[in-house]
Design a binder for this molecule. Sequence first.
Ligand code: UD1
Length: 429
Amino acid sequence: MDRIRIVGGNKLNGTIPISGAKNAALPLMIAALLTEETLILDNVPRLADVAQLQRILGNHGVDIMAAGKRTGDHEYQGQTLHISAANIIDTTAPYELVSKMRASFWVIAPLVARMKEARVSLPGGCAIGTRPVDLLIMALEKLGAEIVIDGGYVIARAPDGLTGAAIDFPKVTVSGTHVALMAATLAKGTTVITGAACEPEIADVADCLNKMGARISGAGTTRIVIEGVVKLHGARHTVLPDRIEAGTYAMAVAMTGGEVQLAGARPELLQAALDVLVEAGVTVTPNNEGIRIARNGAGISPVTVTTAPFPGFPTDLQAQLMALMTRAKGSSHITETIFENRFMHVQELARFGARIALDGETATIEGIPALRGAPVMATDLRASVSLVIAALAAEGETMVNRIYHLDRGFERLEEKLSACGAQIERISG
Ligand code: UD1
């Protein structure tokens, strides 16, 4: 199993290109199941989760072609995928495939909407909390699907097609909103989703669906209206930049000091995180090409932060912020409200000497002047990268084990960081 070796202490200086968003690319690829024509997606990140979803879609009979290099392509440009679900030959998504990645469960929505049936294994994915699918099932039932759970599979049937309905989410759910949105595009009549998630990735998927002929308004707000259409067609769409990747590298620069341009990052997608960094003493300068992050001389000030749905501070940056605060001048408080059990990085950060106390949903971090490198273990996706951030500033060597979690969500992490001066290398095997 691959490991990453980091010798801490170097400042980061240079440019880091920001990839396409994993959390948009996955639902966009799944949306291709809604049409028999080809959906072309540009700027798809090269990630293990994308490759896994390619396997899952392939099992349904979907053809996916990755375009080759073109004149003028940049070294770091994302890939272009041509996805054609002309013939769906299998409406089952088996346990062996779905258990590796939770988002693959979402295929249930386009399959039942277009094929009138789907049989999808209950999901796996990151071990953060229980992560149920009750609200996804509720949304499909509202649209008229009959749902049975049998042998670990959710079986959805709508022999006469889905019908538009009012869907009110009692809790903000990104997965529930994606599923409701995709299914409603092909339902008869109008669907109104209230309590919808406002994450930019939802709006990106809705944009793409509208290019495919869907009639969606209000995506990106809590109320989305979808007028169902009989068919969707092919389209071409560019995946929006990854705000979590951008926020992660911003925290890395804040941790080590130095000055880095996050090329292609869009400040409006991560304003809450940028505000926290400014409070922590980091200089944040949005410009035409992205965001410039700098910390020169000044120490890190402690912050108090609570995670919240967009536009709040994202849970997917909570672990990274905690790593940063281990070296703040004073006590920080971080409260996690989205997922239970999303503090697995605390024990690993303690291996660097970090002083963190947990009380229910709140972590109190006593900043210390210096961390010491240590062997650590990557747990979930975002927790893993928090260990990398700690290691970049720690004295001596850190070995991050079990890094397959990192490969699920961060494209060429070690290349991007070493290009800015970090001493980081992948050790294969
Ligand atoms: C997505 C993101 C993930 C991010 C999360 C919150 C993708 C691929 N993943 O995950 O990176 O951390 O949003 O921003 O986009 N819930 C229920 N019942 C349900 C569904 C969810 O109770 O049926 C709960 C969850 O347990 C959790 C909360 O709702 O406590 C939010 O989950 P949700 O927004 O659905 O997260 P994901 O879509 O899984």
